[in-house]
Design a protein around this ligand. Structure first.
Ligand code: MN
Length: 254
């Protein structure tokens, strides 16, 4: 089984080394292609206005001067000798739950795999708010990663879907188990905009992520993580809101 690893935290991110350890428990045919720099928040963006450069670090380890989507594209079209059986994206430094998934480069890299018809899983390690700015403990992801992935290897994924996995911010031994849960939502829009003055006296603005409030809805990824469980959420690329189709159709009926 050939596995492609990627992420949005960059080729040197600690979470990518954790993902390598997880993948090594599943196969010895592992390929890596990840952004050369951190691309958190890049979403599903594709670099169109400038060229990207690729660098080979080892026989099966590459970085790309672009987004997570660029990395998957390069891997599938230029690097791998044949398509992989599985794409794993992560392990992200921080949660990708609820509305996060629309901003997430980690999840979007998996989306890119799903669009190419390849089974894809995004993995993220949630950390406690006190952990902001500090090294993140990936021990829950490391201990539970292969355990969560193995049952998925025998399951045919529905077309144009992916699996989004989050690991709770607890020590490996304190993880309560695995919960299949739906995508939740945050109560408020994205966090703060910090305003400052640069050395030349001009204002700058910096988007922050801290303190996003949420109410853990029933059977959501947010609720599962709050309870100390690994969350497993199936996501689909089709964003159509089925419930509004009839209403809109009526609206435009002449
Ligand atoms: Mn990230």
């Amino acid at each position: 089984m050939r596995i492609l690893l990627t992420n949005d935290d960059g080729i040197n991110a600690p979470g990518l080394y954790v993902l390598e350890k997880i993948a090594a428990q599943l196969s010895d045919d592992i390929w890596i292609c990840a952004p050369s720099e951190e691309q958190s928040g890049a979403g599903h963006s594709l670099t169109l206005t400038r060229p990207v450069r690729m660098r080979q670090h080892a026989e099966r380890r590459f970085s790309v001067s672009g987004t997570p989507t660029d990395s998957v594209t390069m891997a599938l079209k230029k690097i791998l000798p044949a398509p992989p059986d599985l794409i794993l994206s992560g392990v992200n430094r921080g949660a990708n739950m609820g509305d996060d998934v629309t901003y997430s480069g980690t999840v979007s890299a998996a989306f890119e795999g799903a669009l190419a018809g390849i089974r894809a899983v995004a993995l993220s390690q949630v950390y406690a708010r006190e952990g902001v700015g500090n090294a993140v403990d990936f021990s829950a992801a490391e201990a539970w990663g292969a355990k969560v992935l193995k049952p998925l290897l025998d399951m045919p994924f529905a077309p144009r879907t992916l699996i989004n996995v989050n690991f709770p911010p607890v020590a490996a031994g304190e993880v309560k188990g695995v919960r299949v849960a739906r995508q939740g939502f945050h109560d408020y829009a994205r966090g703060s905009v910090v305003e400052g003055t640069d050395p030349r006296g001009f204002p700058y603005y910096w988007f922050g992520l801290h303190g996003i409030e949420h109410t853990a809805g029933s059977n959501t990824d947010l609720e599962a993580i709050a309870g100390g469980y690994v969350s497993v959420t199936p996501l689909q690329i089709d964003l159509t809101h089925e419930g509004s189709l009839d209403q809109l159709t009526d609206l435009y009926r002449a």
